[in-house]
Design a binder for this molecule. Sequence first.
Ligand code: FAD
Ligand code: NAD
Length: 465
Amino acid sequence: MKDISCKLLVIGAGPGGYVCAIRAGQLGVDTVIVEAEKPGGTCLNVGCIPSKALIHAAEEFEKVSHMAGAKSPLGISVEAPKLDLAKTIAWKNGIVGRLNSGVTGLLKKAKVKIVHGRAKFRDGKTVEVETETGTQIIRAETVVIATGSAPVELPFLPFGGPVISSTDALALTKLPERLVVVGGGYIGLELGIAFAKLGSKVTVVEAEARILPQYDSELTRPVSKRLGELGVTVLTGAKAKGLSSKGDALVIETSGSEEQKLSADKILVTVGRKPVMEGWGLEEIDLDRAGKFLRIDDQCRTSMRGVYAIGDVTGEPMLAHRAMAQGEMVAEIVAGNKRSWDKRCIPAVCFTDPEIVTAGLSPEEARAQGREIKIGQFPFAANGRAMTMLGEEGFVRVVARADNHLVLGIQAVGHGVSELSTAFGLAIEMGARLEDIAGTIHAHPTQGEGFQEAALKALGHALHI
Ligand code: FAD
Ligand code: NAD
């Protein structure tokens, strides 16, 4: 097979890698991307997109189930719905397939060469790829490592049999009657809630004292309340210990060090993700690490000249939009443009019910930085649009500097608030002050008005509360 020489080689076509390659191609950089599996990476194939499809299907199912038996205050009555999970999964697979082709098409349009296979460094400028037709050698001036992350496996609860990862959970065609979820973080709760809505009896086992420990308790309270309404059992301060001898239950230890057995058809382990540091020849190039991740600087440069790293392999937050922003920046740098990481915030959305959005600093984080702050919080219970959608649970909260009112952080919890993340991110990125948000006309009736009202509240003159 003839060797390939190029200016830029990207390893991994997840959101980080494929965005980097597309942008580089657009900028006229001669680019090759190598992907061992399918374009789109974790996010498109077994992460963001399939999970949101399942969550949407579950929401629809639960909505109709709720209406059945004349329980709907909207005056709608329907028959109890039936679920064909195999069809739901086929629909989800269809979306993933369309997006796979979409990413391939975008790469081709940008004149990026795609090589299918597993890449491995020989040295800092040479990579070999095991393809279906043999070994392909690729030499590149610059290499970007975008190998992503994989689920953490608990040594005493390895994946297999009833013990499943998020990838397996997103491919189930039969609903587990009893689902135990180990880890009450992002994935555990997003998927746990979806399965509860579809009809599984769900138990969440979380080692910390509360679910979603990365968020403050005010933000997670509405989620805890909803979990109760959905009949999900949440055991906090509880650690998984292993599978029962018969393999039909999870053994856990609670804070009082009592052992308990939780019967389960499936045990979904979602205790975090780890960077993919193996299989691509790290030992050949010996890059510096930052903990378990690759160490990078503010231009995503690793410790070896001409080798960059982006996305989940470089650390927290392990989010698709961070990977994409890094990918875009690195492409610009490789094309000769002057860029460095100057983002003010990376918004995060947890697609639980209700949804949680955070951008910038929480009140606690701002205070920990020694800031004097003003906080404005506006409840959706006082928002007309929220009422018309039965979405009165939750609030928007704005955190600003007390002296000049510069917005430092914005958080929200509520029905459909994921779409507000755009406004929150933009406000912080543009250096908005409370007066800018309060002075912007927000269309009525929208949940976004809650954002304006939260800013007004921080200024001491909210109108609708
Ligand atoms: P990845 O997407 O992991 O892609 C890495 C790619 O590199 C893979 O395709 C892999 O096959 C390839 N690769 C690895 N090694 C090699 C090699 N040696 N040769 C060739 N190819 C290789 N994030 C969000 O922002 N929003 C969400 O809603 C969200 N939901 C999620 C839900 C779930 C269930 C999961 C698991 C994750 C979710 N995430 C979400 C996280 C998101 O998927 C990741 O942050 C994102 O995919 C990281 O992108 P990446 O490009 O760094 O790596
Ligand atoms: P996570 O870090 O969000 O949650 C893991 C949870 O497991 C934590 O609450 C932790 O305390 C708990 N835990 C750890 N060990 C345990 C044990 N032995 N027993 C019981 N509980 C235990 O991790 P995740 O849910 O696996 O998600 C991984 C990453 O994927 C996230 O950090 C995020 O970056 C990304 N993700 C993002 C989204 C989104 O943006 N909406 C959705 C899903 C995943």
